[in-house]
Design a protein around this ligand. Sequence first.
Ligand code: AMP
Length: 218
Amino acid sequence: MRKFVIMGVQGSGKGTQSELLCADLDLVHISVGDIFRWNVQNHTKLGAQVRRTMTAGELVGDDMVESVVRERLDRHDWNFGFVIDGFPRNGRQAEFFMESYDIDAVIHLELPDEEVRRRVLSRRLCPNCGMDYNLIADRPEVEGRCDICGHELIRRADDTPEALDARLRDYHEKTRPVLDIFGRKEVIHDIDAHPSADEVQQSIRLTLGLPDYKPASA
Ligand code: AMP
């Protein structure tokens, strides 16, 4: 059983790295942000409660976040383990998590704010099939259209300069201190998130002592 937490500022590649880690290790990727986005898109009661907060780039209340995480982990569909991404985001969430679950490692993706701005503001998403694009590093073949399904690409509602500022502020004030809390009990693996996604994935595996990463194109 492998239980990992992946942390890092928005745009540092948490989602991408979690997916790469989960794919061949049979781990389940649990993204709290994705769970909220799904609820917003599907107009659930929970979605209505969090939509405005998310669009403003602010943090959803701890009680709601903790119940979403508890409910997700209680499904126990993670026989080989999980990678949790986007949680915990503050001290209280970290204490809750450490009281309820034991984890094997914390992966911390490091990226300076100016690089985060560059990446996040050029990020695009296909609302139909969920494919991610980046207008700098990973452009779609036809401008503004998804390579997979042809749907028009959109910006995430919270990928605006204003919302990004709010998220960066929260990250530095509230989320970074989580690393100190985890650091008392767990080993934190600091990873430079500048290189390509494949290289970052290989660094993660090396530091965690996991089997080498084999890119799909290799
Ligand atoms: P993310 O995709 O991780 O950037 O999350 C998108 C948005 O969902 C955040 O800007 C918050 O509004 C909300 N969110 C996700 N995870 C949490 C969390 N652990 N605590 C509070 N809000 C969260």
